[in-house]
Design a protein around this ligand. Structure first.
Ligand code: SAH
Length: 224
């Protein structure tokens, strides 16, 4: 799948389906009202292939171009809630993918920088960000393992691809008082890791449940 046909219209049917999705997320343990409100407002069906549009508000992952997936709504809600955003933060996201997670973040913080290794997805998500007037997003085509040293440090870092270990480069780019959320694991399974850096730079780590992400891979793909 290289090209993607998408819907650009929202309507009451989709709004109704979103409300049902929000109730499902609440029943699965999501309690952050601000996160739920943003997901109630944001049209997830804009970010996926038109053929899947009818199912856009099921709690499911779907294929997107470049053999990647859009994360399921529960995962987006969980990762976003773990970041505990107040609206002031500068956030770095690794793995733009469809752009949906980034769009949710953009409504809850001051600025989001996002990096995607596939040129196709970088371009596609950029178009959707423009359509939705999400002007506090800066997106990059590059290798997320490097982070974004020129814009560091970041108050929050969110990785949306599964790493085999926490990359040191990204930890270095986390601001004192900051939080990083990253799925870590191997072929046997991944766990969501939450890393807090205190004002002195000391790190504490805890886990926040099992998860399933496409792999965090080195290097970028597509146009230079
Ligand atoms: N946040 C996305 C999830 C997409 S899946 C969404 O809401 O749709 C994870 C994405 O991470 C994929 O698009 C994959 O290409 C990307 N990715 C994997 N390794 C990467 C790397 N080193 N740098 C940047 N992006 C990477």
């Amino acid at each position: 799948m290289t090209q993607m046909q998408r819907s650009k219209r929202d309507n009451y049917k989709y709004k109704g389906l979103r409300l049902r999705m929000i109730k499902e997320l609440m029943s699965k343990g999501i309690t952050d009202v601000k996160v739920l409100q943003v997901m109630l407002d944001l049209p997830r069906h804009f970010f996926i292939e038109i053929g899947f549009e009818e199912w856009a508000y099921r709690d499911q992952a779907f294929p997107i171009p470049s053999d990647q997936t859009i994360s399921r709504p529960y995962t987006v809600a969980l990762q976003t809630s773990l970041l505990k955003l107040t609206g002031q933060e500068t956030v770095l996201e690794i793995g733009t993918g469809s752009g949906y997670q980034c769009a949710v973040l953009s409504r809850l913080c001051n600025r989001v920088y996002t990096i995607e290794r596939h040129d196709t997805l970088f371009k596609l998500s950029n178009t959707i960000f423009q359509e939705l007037s999400l002007f506090n997003i800066r997106n990059y085509h590059g290798d997320g393992y490097r982070g974004l040293p020129l814009k560091a440090p970041f108050d929050r870092i969110i990785v949306t691809a599964g790493a085999d270990k926490i990359p040191h480069t990204l930890v270095e780019q986390l601001a004192p008082g900051g939080t990083m959320v990253i799925p870590v694991g191997d072929t046997h399974g991944q766990e969501m890791q939450v890393l807090d850096k205190d004002q002195d730079g000391n790190l504490t780590q805890r886990t926040a449940g099992k998860c399933e992400f496409v792999p965090f891979l080195q290097g970028k793909v597509g146009a230079i």
